[in-house]
Design a protein around this ligand. Sequence first.
Ligand code: FAD
Length: 320
Amino acid sequence: VKQKIAALKNDEKFISFEFFPPKTEAGFRNLYARLQRMLALNPLFVTVTWGAGGSTSEKSLDLAATCQKELGLTTILHLTCTNTNKEIIDKALARAKENGISNILALRGDPPRAEEYWTPNCDFNYAVDLVRYIKEQYGDYFCVGVAGYPEGHVDGLDNTLQDPQKDLPYLLEKVEAGADFIITQLFYDVDKFISYENLLRSVPQLKEIALIPGLMPVTTFKVFTRATRLSHATIPSDILTKFERIGADDDQVKELGVQVLTNIISTINQRTEGRIKGYHFYTLNLEKAVASVVEHSSVLLPILNATASNPARDNDDAIA
Ligand code: FAD
C-alpha cells in the first residue's frame, strides 16, 4: 500500500474501501457480487475488519483471501492484539502471508464489553506492541498501517479525555516502530481533521506519512447517529440541524449525506493543499452510497473516469 500510494502522480487521488465479513454463506455470496461491481470504482485497496478478540478470524481471513487472490485487490487485513492470544495472531499472520496478503492494519482492539476497566494482557498492551511483533517476526514483508483519531481516542465512555495531543506521542511510537500509513477514525467535523493533519505535520517524523481520512457515507439517520455516537465523532451543529429536519425521509437523508461528504472531501483537498492523497470509505458493505459520493465529488470523479466500465449496481440491501 505504501508503494502504491507513493507511485501516484502528483495530483492523482485514490479511494479505498472497508468491508466486514458477512455472517452467512448467502451474505458472503452477495458481497462477492457487490465487490466485483465495486471494482469499477477503482479502489487502490480494500480492508477487511477483524471482530473483537478474533471473533471473526476465520471469516475475516476468508474474505481477505478472496479479495486478494480471487478479485486481485490489494487487501489490508485488520488485526487486533488485545483480548486475544498470540496463537490467533500468529495464525492470522501466517495465513495472510500464505494468501499473498502483505498489508496489515495493526490495532489494539477494545476491551470486552462487560469489563469496566481496561486491563491489558501481558503479550500485547497497545497497538504498538503488535506493530513491533509483526516487524520482529516478518521483517519488511508486511506493510503495516495504524489507526489515528482526529478528535482523539476515547477509552470507555469518558470522552472528557478525548484529545489528539494526548495520543500524539503514542502515534509517533507506532510510526517509529515501523507503521507505514495511518487510517483515521470516521469524522464529520472537517475542521477537526484539518487541525489533526496540521498537528501531525508539525512533528518531523510524521511530516511525510500517508494520512488517510476515514469517511462513512450516510445511509439512514439512525445509522448515522449510531455510528457517530459509537466512534465519538462530533456532528457540527449546522450539519445536525439539516439532518434533523429531514430525519424520517431516507432518500433526502442519503442526498444530504452525499453533499456533506463531498463538501468534506473538497474542503480537505483545498485546505491541505493536496497533501491528502486518498479517502477511505467505511462502506458498511454497501455499494450505492459510496458510489454516489465518488460520482458527485469533483475531487474523486477522475478516479471513476479512469476505469473502463461502469456496471449497474444492485439495490444496496444490507448484507447479513
Ligand atoms: P492504540 O494505538 O494502542 O491506542 C489506544 C489508546 O491507548 C489511545 O488512547 C492511546 O493514546 C493510548 N496509548 C497508546 N500507547 C500507550 C502507552 N504506551 N501508554 C499509555 N497509553 C497509550 N477494532 C476492532 O476490533 N476491529 C477492527 O477491525 C477495527 N478496525 C479499525 C479501523 C480503524 C481505521 C480504526 C480507527 C479503528 C478500528 N478499530 C477496530 C477500533 C480500535 O480497535 C479501537 O479504537 C481501540 O480502542 C484502539 O485501537 P488503536 O489501535 O488505536 O490503539
